[in-house]
Design a protein around this ligand. Structure first.
Ligand code: SAM
Length: 243
């Protein structure tokens, strides 16, 4: 029996995906509103930067893993045009349904697939770009997930991992206060759910920092890996190129 972490708790590996599912089943209806409130809208800028770095061209094939309510998938859909493909995926049906409905309201219909980022149902070397925004942190076997992301990319293809990371030292105290005192209260007030936002704060602390994730991506088969800190390291965008 192997244990892993679910926030600060130690749980059996096979238990983690179910616990993560509980979090996103609970937050799905209020996910977008909470994202705007808790980041003061900054998640939009982090995602816009990700889309800029992706530099997607018309006709390309893009896979968005853990795509949730579809911010990235929506942005990429207009870039690849009618000749390209964006596949919007998530392990959680409730999140994916929110995303699909949101995209349909904007007149965008994409292939939508419920799937686990650790076991992708796609052929080797199919995609030009794979993205995962704020999803890798929740996966049980991050190393397997990175290998899978590498497998489905074409040689020369790009992986973008947008994720919470290690904040700069001088900002730590105020960030801890915000994460553990304000965030769960905001979650309770807006979504009637403090524990999911307590999990968010804890899971960020348990996630590999910038250098560690860079090393993991190298081990996952990415020849060139770089990262860009944003908002003082609150989040980092890791860019990996498949050799
Ligand atoms: N990418 C979206 C965004 O940036 O707004 C959603 C991010 S949300 C914080 C994290 C998402 O990861 C959830 O929708 C959750 O269901 C998904 N997720 C968690 N574990 C996953 C897994 N093993 N495979 C695929 N998606 C997963």
């Amino acid at each position: 029996m192997t244990n892993t972490h679910f926030g600060f708790q130690s749980v059996e590996e096979q238990e983690k995906a179910g616990r993560v599912k509980g979090v996103f089943d609970s937050v799905a209806p209020k996910y977008d509103l909470m994202n705007d409130l808790m980041s003061a809208g900054m998640h939009r800028a982090w995602k816009a930067y990700t889309v800029m770095v992706a530099n997607v061209k018309p006709g390309q094939r893009v896979l968005d893993i853990a795509g949730g309510t579809g911010d990235l998938a929506l942005a990429f859909a207009s870039k690849v045009g009618v000749a390209g493909t964006v596949v919007h995926t998530d392990i959680n049906e409730a999140m994916l349904r929110e995303g699909r409905n949101r995209l349909l309201d904007r007149g965008v219909s994409l292939p939508t697939v419920v799937c686990d980022g650790e076991r992708l149902p796609f052929a080797d070397g199919y995609f030009d770009l794979v993205t995962v925004a704020f999803g890798l942190r929740n996966m049980t076997h991050k190393d397997n997930a990175l290998l899978e992301m590498n497998r489905v990319l074409k040689p020369g293809g790009k992986l973008l991992v947008l994720e919470f990371s290690k904040i700069a030292k001088p900002l730590e105290k105020v960030y801890d206060w915000y994460s553990f005192k304000v965030l769960p209260r905001l979650g309770k007030w807006v979504a009637n759910d403090d524990s999911s936002y307590q999990y968010l704060a804890e899971s960020i602390r348990m996630h590999p920092g910038q250098q560690e994730l860079k090393t993991m991506m190298h081990k996952g088969g990415f020849g060139h890996v770089d990262y860009h800190n944003m908002s003082g390291g609150v989040v980092a965008l890791h860019v990996g190129i498949k050799c």
